[in-house]
Design a protein around this ligand. Structure first.
Ligand SMILES: [Zn+2]
Length: 429
């Protein structure tokens, strides 16, 4: 297993360096092809279907790092040159639907959820493929494969409503910067100044947190002022419903503080003309809450005293694919990780393939697993308890940002820095 993963990573890294700007210009234009698709299913099975394709005017993602080397997430979008089947773009991501599939409800109900992913706009006929990871073997298997002719009249090209957008942090051209986009949720027309001030406060919180503080110059930050009819968000467990731009609410999967939205289409509509590598939904509410899924979105409330730090934690999920390092949880997941396999997240391990994780960072002589006592804990080790389970899953330090808002541990920090490099078109070390 170890050799296999290492070989995969090596091969993928070679692809990244061999696949440069020239290839971007050969195959793509700096616009986006937005793919809206549904995922339908239940605990047992899932299928994908295209809902619509859209041409959108900007591409903020990398132009050199076109092949995703990380092997993160529950899904991959793969794009092949139709003429010779060469892989010309790929990117992993998570969805809220896959979390729902692990709940009790998914054992009794079948649902359809809307998702959306954007790729650079192809210049040549391509085949797009959506694959999903099967927890039974942790491998990706095809869900959907479809040819796309970029000149097709079936691709929607209509402009959408432009939201008032403020560039909070400007470090230059989007193609070699990480474009972090805050979207207003639950802010009325009269509350838009508050939104920009809130987004600025969160930006400051992020860039005073290591390791983000060392890479501020690699980011642009945007605040997209989507306007809601009503202020706040749904609290369905208390009978409160608000008419808001992105349809967010607490009580996701019945958990009171789990604040998300299933409405990926409205999110993508809000940023259709904004370059975008990472999305944070800033929700105009006070009660503690939030969530984050890798390369999907993260969200949190603006006005709770703890929220700048909650934001950083949730951004760790959505930006760098980090797992929760805590292991007592009211979250309604059942057997979220299959401990017979190595999880894909870089900051937890089942020790099935620890060599693919932070083993190379461990000080010499560190016992694996590492017993927790007054002399360990803050030192990098392999401590039992992580990923919602007290047994058989291990975390790098006792108290990381991904457990209970301590500083990001060395394993998390390295993963964040690698993602900053990838998205800002630098070499991934
Ligand atoms: Zn960590």
């Amino acid at each position: 297993m170890k050799t296999k993963i290492s070989t995969f990573l090596l091969a993928a890294c070679c692809c990244v360096s061999a696949f440069g700007q020239q290839n971007f210009e050969q195959y793509f234009t700096p616009k986006s092809l937005r793919i809206d698709f549904t995922l339908n299913g239940n605990a047992e099975s899932q299928m994908a279907a295209i809902h619509q394709l859209r041409e959108e005017p900007v591409w903020g993602g990398p132009q050199k790092n076109l092949i995703d080397p990380f092997n993160y997430g529950g899904y991959y979008i793969n794009v092949y040159n139709k003429q010779n089947n060469e892989l010309i773009y790929s990117r992993g991501f998570n969805t809220l639907f896959e979390e729902w599939r692990t709940t009790e409800q998914a054992k009794n109900e079948t649902q359809s959820w809307t998702n959306s992913i954007s790729i650079p706009y192809p210049q040549v006929p391509v085949v797009i493929e959506i694959t999903a990871r099967d927890k039974k073997d942790m491998q990706f298997h095809p869900l959907l494969k479809q040819e796309v002719d970029p000149t097709s009249i079936f691709i929607d090209r209509s402009p959408l409503k432009s939201n008032h957008t403020v560039k909070i942090l400007d470090n230059g051209d989007s193609k070699d910067k990480v474009d972090l986009v805050f979207i207003a949720e639950g802010y009325t027309a009269a509350e838009q100044d508050k939104f920009v001030a809130d987004a600025q406060r969160f930006t400051e919180a992020l860039f005073t947190t290591p390791p983000f503080d060392t890479r501020k110059n690699d980011f642009n930050v945007w605040a997209v002022g989507a306007v809601s009819e009503e202020s706040g968000t749904d609290i369905s467990g208390k009978g409160i419903y608000k008419n808001t731009a992105l349809n967010s609410g607490y009580y996701t999967f019945g958990v009171d503080r789990y604040l998300t939205t299933p409405d990926m289409k409205s999110i993508r509509d809000a940023v259709w003309d904004v370059p975008c590598d990472a999305i944070f939904l800033l929700i105009n509410a006070e009660t503690y809450g939030g969530g984050g899924m890798y390369n999907f979105y993260a969200c949190g409330t603006a006005d709770n005293p703890r929220t700048p730090v909650v934001f950083t934690h949730e951004f760790g999920h959505s930006f760098a694919g980090l797992a929760d390092e805590y292991f007592s949880s009211e979250v309604a997941y059942e057997d979220f990780y299959n401990t017979a396999h190595e999880p894909w997240e870089p900051n937890i391990t089942t020790l099935v393939d620890f060599g693919s994780k932070w083993q190379d960072l461990l000080p010499a002589g560190t016992p694996v697993p590492t017993p927790l006592d007054e002399n360990t804990g803050d030192k990098l080790g392999v401590y039992e308890g992580a990923g919602y389970q007290a047994k058989d899953i291990y975390r790098p330090v006792d108290h990381c940002m991904m457990r209970d808002y301590g500083p990001f541990c060395p394993a998390c920090s390295r993963s964040i820095l690698r993602m900053v490099s990838f998205l800002s078109d630098q070499t991934v070390e």
